[in-house]
Design a protein around this ligand. Sequence first.
Ligand SMILES: Cc1cc2nc3c(=O)[nH]c(=O)nc-3n(C[C@H](O)[C@H](O)[C@H](O)COP(=O)(O)O)c2cc1C
Length: 321
Amino acid sequence: MKLILAPMEGLLDTYLREIITCVGGYDWCVSEFIRVTTMVLPVKVFYRSVPELLNAGVTQAGTPVYIQLMGNDPSVIADNAAQAISLGAPGIDLNFGCPSPTVNGKGAGAILLNEPERVHQIVQATRQTVPVETPFMAKVRLGFDHTDNIIEIAQGIEAAGADMITVHARTSVDKYKAPARWEWLARIRESINIPVIANGDISDINSFSECKSVSGCDNFMIGRASVRHPFLARQIRQSTQQQTIQKIKWTEQQELLLQFSILMRKSDNDIGSASRVKKWLNILTKGSPENQLEAKLLFEKIRTVTKLEQIIQLLKITDEK
Ligand SMILES: Cc1cc2nc3c(=O)[nH]c(=O)nc-3n(C[C@H](O)[C@H](O)[C@H](O)COP(=O)(O)O)c2cc1C
């Protein structure tokens, strides 16, 4: 079984990837999308988006970070994949799922699901520049506004040489709200021979088990819940290995928050860093039920603090109590 930390633009960046992969349980991460349009992007763009490239393409915990590219021109995407590989990317993922109207208006992201042939061409062209030993995959939704094309798309992605396909079990117009349709994952899995990575609405151990049994998949990508429940992948592993599932103490979560804040010192934007810490804490207030109260109390305490160092001191004091 593989567990994958999802790409989440504006949320799961290098700092949070480092903290979450340190907890353990994930086999690899996928970076936030790098948008490619008409040219090969400069090296600095790749380093800015995925600083792990300067660390052999892995987080401090040693978890590989595959690079996700998003665009619509087969040769431009292929050349950017080659650039990413030359910088040491341990894997490449292609984005065919972004629902943003701006991106879709420019013919990229989920709108491409209306053009199965184009998806096939993009994957095929990119496979030419990604060495066979490098994991190469595509991430799709069930369609743009209908599911009529998804089997053709999945079969096209396999025929074009991808090693795996991640399916976020919603259409693009479903955005993130409607429940994920895991039964589609089973249909797709049965129509192709490459592994399907199941994605959408895995939010705790129960939903993981249900997704596994409905989809029949062995590989899972976790998005929003990975940030709300930083210990989820570890708990899922415990559940599949018939071990006792350890309850997460608030002190452990707070320690992660402290480590995250210390890491944010590396960022050159103090107010931005303080907001990032508060943003994550706010998300934790909706996390594991047994810790929500503590998260809320702490959030109230640091809500108006704008200096990162002050937040770090407050976290240290409450940590010692
Ligand atoms: C804030 C946010 C940003 C996202 N950014 C990306 C992205 O850059 N690339 C991508 O393929 N999917 C992106 N997604 C989609 C997630 O990877 C995932 O497919 C989706 O959230 C469903 O999984 P979940 O229910 O486990 O969250 C994003 C989702 C969110 C909420």
